[in-house]
Design a protein around this ligand. Structure first.
Ligand SMILES: C[S@@+](CC[C@H](N)C(=O)[O-])C[C@H]1O[C@@H](n2cnc3c(N)ncnc32)[C@H](O)[C@@H]1O
Length: 385
């Protein structure tokens, strides 16, 4: 979880926007609207929750955000804990945000405004299907004097053709899937069911992320294969998990914590799977390098590395000796000028990434330093073609 310093950023922001946890909605509504006003609000909310038609979700959020005070009170009751935890987590991964950020289903924008305040160099587009939520979000933005967010009343499924460095989907995907219960299905069957349910959303979302950008998802953990299904679908779309976190929170008058999963998936610019090349490469170049113990996700990356190396460009090979096991590869990315691959491995870790070409000089410097450190090592530059 976040450090003390990071927590302060969150706490001072939440104090500024007056979000504090409350567990007695009846009391705060009565204090604000009087006993009859509170009763009317409860009755109106119940009537909306009873609806079964397709507009139900939109009606609910339009109601919750029907005026500024009510929106903030409901947020304090329903969301204070998750907002605090989410802001702390997002703060801890702030370096993974790019210059352009899209927040889909931003609600009244409390989290978007937090991000915009800690990331002043980024510009944000935040959309919500509820017009009322967007009105409140604009009010919060102007109270905070933020100039780097555009709030827009829109269904996110209608956004197309544009890409963003970072896309956020916080507590919104489940509302856009008809998640039938599948708890009693066998694991593999359940996974397939969930994949079908999330498929359209994740197609859309992965299209909205620019190459090398990040998709950040946070949703209720349903204690089943939902998160796994999302991750499988993302991997099939060349998106790779880089962060995963459980967020636990207790809202309103709940007796138990809810668990949320939050993760970051990075969009790599290539398709996967060239098993044959992988095995050729691994047998030639990784023999004796201690290549055992790759996780599956690394193996997929490896396949891409091999393909890139085999098809185009060069790899610089630093042979592994008994004394020193440091090793770097820098490869051009196949058919792409804007990315390169850096693979780094030593006895205790391996790291493989696809990086923007601008970072290549830095990687080459690293490689040169490694070479200097081990004068005895033979250096071989292999022209793959
Ligand atoms: C539970 S709230 C989450 C708000 C905010 N992201 C957060 O985590 O605090 C879900 C929001 O998603 C919005 N929403 C649901 N489906 C949407 C869609 N297809 N396009 C845009 N907004 C949507 C709802 O109007 C609601 O404001």
């Amino acid at each position: 979880m976040a450090s003390g310093k990071k927590k302060n950023v969150v706490t001072s922001y939440l104090n500024k926007v007056n979000i504090k946890k409350t567990s007695n909605l009846g009391q705060i509504l009565t204090d604000t609207y009087g006993a009859e006003g509170a009763r009317n609000l409860f009755a109106a909310f119940d009537a909306i929750e009873m609806k079964k038609d397709i507009d139900h979700v939109n009606d609910r959020y339009d109601f919750i955000h029907s005026d500024f005070d009510f929106s903030m009170l409901m947020t304090c009751f329903q969301d204070a804990d998750i907002i605090r935890n989410t802001c702390a987590w997002l703060n801890s991964i702030r370096k993974q945000f790019g210059k352009t950020v899209l927040d889909i289903g931003c609600g009244n924008g409390i989290i978007t405004c937090f991000l915009a305040s800690i990331l002043p160099e980024s510009t944000f587009l935040a959309v919500d299907a509820s017009a009322n939520a967007i009105t409140i979000a604009k009010e919060i933005r102007s109270r905070l004097g933020l100039e780097n967010i555009v709030f827009m009343n829109s269904d996110y499924t209608k956004l197309a053709g544009k890409q963003f460095d970072t896309v956020l989907a916080l507590r919104v995907l489940d509302e856009n899937c008809s998640l039938e219960k599948c708890r009693f299905q066998a694991f593999s069957e359940q996974l397939e069911t969930r994949k079908k349910q999330y498929n359209t959303q994740l197609n859309l979302l992965s299209d909205l992320v620019a190459p090398a950008g990040n998709l950040i998802i946070m949703d209720m953990d349903k204690n089943d294969t939902s998160s796994l299904a999302m991750l499988d679908l993302l991997r099939e779309r060349s998106m790779v998990l880089t962060k995963f976190q459980f967020l636990s929170c207790r809202e309103g008058d709940m007796k138990y914590d809810d668990l949320y999963t939050a993760f970051v998936a990075e969009k790599t610019p290539a398709p996967v799977t060239y098993a044959r090349l992988f095995s050729q490469w691994s047998s030639i170049y990784f023999a004796g390098a201690g290549n055992e113990g790759y996780k599956d996700s690394e193996a997929d990356f490896m396949l891409e590395l091999c393909e890139a190396g085999a098809r185009k460009g060069y790899a610089t090979f630093h042979p592994v000796t008994k004394e020193k096991t440091g090793m770097f590869f820098i490869c051009d990315y196949k058919d792409r000028e804007d990315f390169f691959i850096l693979y780094q491995k030593n006895q205790s870790f391996s790291r493989l990434g696809i990086y923007p070409i601008a970072q290549k000089p830095e990687a080459e410097k690293l490689l040169a330093e490694d070479r200097q450190q081990d004068e005895a090592a033979r250096f071989v530059t292999i022209d793959i073609n």
